[in-house]
Structure formats: structure tokens, C-alpha cells
Design a protein around this ligand. Sequence first.
Ligand code: MN
Length: 502
Amino acid sequence: MARIIRVFDTTLRDGEQAPGCSMNVQEKIDVAKKLEQLGVDVIEAGFPISSPGDLESVKTIAGIIKGSSVAGLCRSLEKDIDAAREALEHAAAPPRIHIFLATSPIHMEWKLKMKPDEVLEQAVSAVTYAKKFCSDIEYSAEDASRSDRDFLCKVFAAVIKAGATTVNIPDTTGYAMPAEFGDLVKYVACHTPGIEKAVISCHVHNDLGLAVANSLSAIGGGAGQVECTINGIGERAGNASLEEIVMALRVRNMFWDADTKVDTTQIYNVSRLVTQVTGVKVQPNKAIVGENAFAHEAGVHQHGVLANRATYEIMTPESIGIPQNRMVLGKHSGRHAFDERLKELGFSLEQAALDGIFAQFKVLADKKKVVSDRDIEALAMGVSASIPETWTLDTWFVNSVSGLSSTSTVKLRHKDGTTRKETEVGDGPIEAAFKAIDRITRKPVRLELYELGAITGGKTAQGETMVKIERDGKRWNGRGVSTDIIESSIKAYVAAINAMEA
Ligand code: MN
């Protein structure tokens, strides 16, 4: 029988702390639902005391998610725990309170300005307090990998006695080496009185590119839970990547048959959704979910793969849910084939949304001979973000000549049925169009990120634009897809504004 390792996903908390990765409540709900479908054990949905918005999103997610436990993060302070309690009190599944307090000399002396005995006492009193209203308590010894091992064991023994059911060993700074980190976990497992009453967890950062290696080594050392994020997003160089850990365990059968309950065929889908809502793309050579992860370029490799895929593939793209082009869809394809393909790609959409995408598909098929799965996916993602449309694009016009300013006229339709049209001048067509939109909405925003890419190769590829806008310190993402890059840019900008208005 496999040894089941719990997956604690922190995409919505640590992942969201990554530069440029902020998500709004609706986006967090969409991601949480996908994580539940993926089969993760715990979803860390936020840090409730950090802002009213964070508290609200933890509360909303906890109310919806039934298949995974939802966790809220707290410092070891009563007011933090009270905020987490408020966020989790109506949770649909038994929730978790996650408390952290650093144990390393450098953190205790410089950040906390506390003596080791005081840290021990505060950790115990926080766990004792939280245990009064939540049975599932995780305690994290922040910067554990740079802590004194015996002090770490002493703190863990004390918090387990106070009711902690998971004790987490974070490599907060990404400093550990795999053998050393596995050994630390083993040391904790062997030298902590009462450890059999708790699950040992690891939480590793990727500053030296070793987050996944260290997490696997921790599992080898006895950890029963891994903390990770989709696409490895997170503070600085990121967290351990969920998809890499899960697939390493699935492909290699290591550490006494360790495995997770994750449905790996959902991985690609969740990865794409996180890319979409954060606007942060994964590098092409990223393991498991990168664009090139299953591309075979060299002739000798292609020859081998055609003869037998196992020659150069240790896992199949199907196993992580990468859509395969089996049937070509084009302008003659019918509604049934189209709906079937969407289902295969992992989208379950309402009838109205299906009608909308099918109409867009027909328009696209007129422009492109062959519509690829990636194209369809791009169309479906545009509507599945489920953000109400305050504004929709009616028409646009740009005039661009080399050496001169560009002019753009944009006409948007408001949900109240009225239309507004404005003209602006800019350094380029995109700037002119965005300025015209700002004039229409009368809510100028700051453009923080603008990224343009092609979904598939070739001259008829669809352009995909990601934008991030900022207003009063809050941020929203938008994504637009079109065979025309100016149109995809305008759509992305309008989508971000709609997210702001939602
Ligand atoms: Mn972290």
C-alpha cells in the first residue's frame, strides 16, 4: 500500500506574495475550486489578519470548498488567531489554523527580539489558544533549517503537547541542501517526544533552485506533508513546485512507495489557470508544465519517440492533462465536436458561455485554417474567469505611421446599454487606445505590466496579451486573445477594468 503524502497548497498565500502575482477574490475562488478538483489535501487561502480583503477571501473560499481543508495563516498572536477564527468559522470542511513563529537565532534576536524561552512560551500559548476552537492546528517554526536542532525538537514537543497536529519545518530562506534537509527531518522525527501524534511537514523555498529536491529529501526523512505552489510561484525565487513533487513521486515510486492523492490529469489545467490569473508565465523549459516539457526537437530524439515514446519520455503528456491534437478542428467542424473537445480539455461551462465561445471559434476558424487546442483553450479561459462585464468592446480604430504619434478611437458598451466613444493620441497605438479607454471609463489606472505573446506558431497565430493595472494600491489582471495584437491588447485592458469594477 502506498504511503500517502499530504499536499498542502499555498499558491493563494505564499504564491500570491510573489511580485506581480496578486489575485482578486473571484480569481482566488476559481483557483481554489481547481485545487479542490486536483485533489490537494489543504488549501492555504490567505493570511486573514493582513487585510480585510484577505480575511474576506479566506472566508468565501472556506465556505465553498468541501473536498480540501482550508487553512488561514497567523502569527502567534491572539488577534491573528481571532481573525483566522472569524474567516474559518463557517467552513464547509474541517478547517486548519496555521500558526508560525521563528526559531532560528538570527530571527529571534533581530526580528522578534525574544529569548528562546519566550519563543517557546509564545508558541505554546498561541497553539493552546487556537486549539480551543479548531482541532486541526499546524505550527511552523519559521527559518527551521537555520535553527538549533535540539531547540527545534523542544519547541515541537511542546506545541504537540498543546495540541498541534502538524509541525512544519520551513526552509524559509532556501538555504538547505537536500541531504542535510532530509537529515534534519529525520532528526526531528527521532528526537521529538510525542512526534507520533503529529504529521511532519516541510515548506521549502527555491533560492538555490533546490526546493523540489529538498522537499523530496524531506519525504525520504519522514515528512508526511509537503507545502508547495502551482508553477512554483512564491516569495523571491518561489516555493517548491507542486507539479514537480507530485510527478516525481508518481514516476519514481520512491521513499517506501510515497505518493499523493493528486489527480495528475488536472495539473496542466490548474497551471494554465494560475498563469492566466496572475499574468505570470512559466518559463518554456519549466519541468512538467513548460511549453517545451514534452517537445522533441533533435532528429534522433524524434525518431526514437516515433518508434516508442518511452525512449525519451519518462511520463506522458496525457498523464498531466496536456491536450493532444487528435482531431483537427476547423471552420467545418460542428457544435458537437467542439463541445466534446472543450470537455476533453477540462472545461465545464454553462450553456451561454458555450454558445459564446462557439461563435468566437467560428470567427477564428475563418481566419485560421486549423484551430489548435491551445487556441480553443485560450478562448475558453477568456470566458471561464467568470467576471461580470461592465464594459464590452464595440469597435476600435488605430492610425499609426512611422515617426508620428498614433491616434486611436475606441467605442465601448456599458452594461446599462449605453455606448461611449473617445479618441486619444499616444506614442504608439496601444498607448493611444488605452488612453481612449481611460477617458471612457473615467477611472484612470496605472499600467503595471503588459505582455504580448503568441499562442501557437505561424503567421496566423493568435496573439495573447496579459496586462496588470493598478489603482489606489490595488491590482487587477486582464487577458485578451485575438488574431490581431491591438485587439488582444484592448480586450486585455478592458478585462482588467471589468475585474476592477466587479
Ligand atoms: Mn514561505
